[in-house]
Write a protein that binds this ligand. Structure first.
Ligand code: ZN
Ligand code: ZN
Length: 236
């Protein structure tokens, strides 16, 4: 399984990163989130929107789904097949609202929404995913596949990491941050459980500037810590 970090940024500019977007490639090509900048990064990584087999959205915040309509429009103009889009509860309504806002696209875009609940499993080709509800300010999911968790936005809590070895995880907050709906280093260290490797993304400026200290702190707790940049690729 190959993971390409398309966008590792947040809602404000940090080091010219695109907003959150991660590509998982096995026998199918799956995009997890598509914040602004995702489509350009997808092309820079050597793929086309037509190549995507499914899109998984963690939640309806712009830094995670801002480019979804642009991607669907580009697929329509490229004559692509219908695509499956997996979302938390509220996905159908969310897309209806998008189409009301951009009514010129009504009836043109080809997609099917699958709203997921906590614990729902689903397959895309040979890839077996399950959705895990996270703690965020809106309905929100993390996605789990073969020991890997992609967190979306959440605070860290133990149940989220059942059977997780590797996490692609948000680290919005710096030390001392209020981990109600996002993760801070202390909050992550306390709850990380079985996680041995963390690829931390989605850092707001204070956390980004302090990332060496965050890595040192987590490594002391036995978590190998990386801060991938856009377009970095790992093999799991
Ligand atoms: Zn969010
Ligand atoms: Zn976010």
């Amino acid at each position: 399984m190959k993971i390409t970090f398309l966008g590792t940024g947040v809602s404000v500019n940090v080091a010219n990163k695109a907003q959150q977007s991660i590509l998982i490639e096995d026998d199918k090509l799956v995009l997890v989130d598509c914040g602004y900048g995702a489509m350009l990064r997808l092309h820079q990584a050597g793929y086309d929107v037509k190549d995507l087999d499914a899109i998984l959205l963690t939640h309806f915040h712009l830094d995670h789904c801002g480019e979804i309509m642009g991607i669907l429009k580009a697929r329509w103009l490229s004559d692509a097949d219908e695509i499956a889009i997996y979302t938390p509860k509220g996905g159908e309504k969310g897309f209806e609202a998008f189409l009301q806002a951009f009514s010129y696209l009504s009836g043109k875009l080809r997609y099917r929404i699958y709203e997921l609940k906590d614990g729902t499993s689903f397959s895309i080709g040979s890839m077996r995913f399950s959705a895990r509800k996270t703690v965020h300010s809106v309905e929100s999911l993390a996605y789990f596949i073969n020991g890997l968790l992609i967190s979306g936005d959440t605070c860290a809590f133990p149940e989220l990491y059942h059977d997780v070895d590797v996490a692609v995880h948000e680290m919005s907050l710096d030390f001392g941050g209020n981990a109600d709906f996002h993760t801070s280093p202390e909050n992550f260290a306390k709850n990380a459980g079985s996680i041995s490797k963390a690829y931390l993304i989605h850092l707001y400026p204070p956390a980004y500037l302090n990332r060496k200290k965050i890595a040192g702190f987590l490594e002391e707790k036995g978590i190998k810590t990386y801060f991938p940049d856009d377009l970095e690729r790992i093999e799991l």
